[in-house]
Ligand binder design. Sequence first.
Ligand SMILES: [Zn+2]
Length: 178
Amino acid sequence: MSDRPSLDDQQNYFAQHPPRILSGLEKFLVDSAIGQGGHGEALGTSFELGCVCGSARLKIEAAKTEWKGESLFVVPVRLECASCRKVVEFFDPELHGYDGELGHNKHLNNEARPQLSSVETVDTSQLVASFFYMDDLFCDDFPVDGASVAKEDLFSWFALFERRCDGKAVLLIEEECA
Ligand SMILES: [Zn+2]
């Protein structure tokens, strides 16, 4: 017999438990998730991000790549407050997301990682981070690998958007995490 909570209950859990990569930031839950997970994840949350000083203007520092004719940032990504200059090491695929948390990405070598010389900095008006989850994280036999990782940190898809003044959300980073 499975005691897995309903999808609504799981969604409520993730809405109330932001991932740990947001711990050094102000975050505000968005009513419905922006974007979607590339694996067809049934669950997702989005949070507007800001600095703990109150500013919503965060600079992204990350390398850029061309993908399907679009220029996207790639992880790892660092955020810097445009107001007080506080720096947050935001997302590192070796440490964060499903594969990072469970140690599956320790093989990532320096060659595969973006070089600092290609890092760009962009000043954004409002960042929104989205996290997508599979619906099996509440199964009795989970997590696997003997890991004791909080479920909210086991997102299998991550995306970062900039919300422009007209309300449009522009994709900046998309990362498959499992
Ligand atoms: Zn600040």
